[in-house]
Design a protein around this ligand. Sequence first.
Ligand code: SF4
Length: 331
Amino acid sequence: MRRSLLRWYRRNRRRLPWRERPSPYRTWISEVMLQQTQVATVLPYFERFLRRFPDLPALARAREAEVLRLWAGLGYYSRARNLLAAARRIASEHAGRIPEDLAALRSLPGFGRYTAAAIASIAFRKPHELVDGNVARVLCRAFAVFGDPSRKPASERVWELARELLARRAPGDWNQALMELGALVCRPDAPLCGDCPWRAHCRAFARGLQDELPESGRRSATLPVAVEALLLRRGDKVLLWRRSDQERLLPRHWSLPETRHVPAGTAGPELCRLRHSITRHRITLTLRAGSLPPGPIPAAARWVPAERLPDYLVSSLWRKAVDRAAVLPIG
Ligand code: SF4
């Protein structure tokens, strides 16, 4: 699992300014900005902030009002205040050098368990595991951890797994790889299991639980969604549909075509009906038989031999539907 994830990370990681020209200071600023905030939002703030405060002494000398002005729009302003307070402490107590030691980092304002481990592992290659929302989601799924990972006992289990898995020779790359996998592939709403380097090892995937994990203690309003899909067959092949980026449910996934994807009159009698939840979407899926008129098929469609369906249909919603329609036991 270590080798496959590190290999995947080296090929797929996003080229980000704090990764391309790393330094402890740049890593620190990026980590603080990225808390609760998307990468795309952070990028222009990071560039602006670094132009004005290119190193720690420059930040330590800054006036709070100016730091807050550069932070305006990023929200969570206590982060900016803590950043400045920590920079002043580092300047006065550590001769302007960000400390490498985890305990010293944790004593600084704004350095919780996550931030201290991120700086120590990424900037100083110290073997410290870390868990953020992305890592918790990946580990809950890959190892089928039940319970809310923001609370005990699930949170303890997740930190323990992170500790056991840590690639001690490349802790910074390892921690970033886990976070990157969560951000790009093992996404909250529609994990792209087909593109995942851990697919062969993932317990949630094997058991069709990837849409149910991680379990969250917080209840958000549920959204009922009705989906009408079609089982279109030609010989031993089934028509699949590559969903666009714009789909609300499972974007970029292969699925069965929905009636709205194909010409009117294609749908035939109902084969089965099932209920399924993906995050807060409560889906009622009606599966119908149907027949396509001869001729070319749309670019998003592909005829796939029935025995190859497990390679394409990675979401448990479609796997259940195909299983229920007895095309192929796909468990
Ligand atoms: S196989 Fe799917 S659920 Fe499992 S870790 Fe990969 S993306 Fe996440």
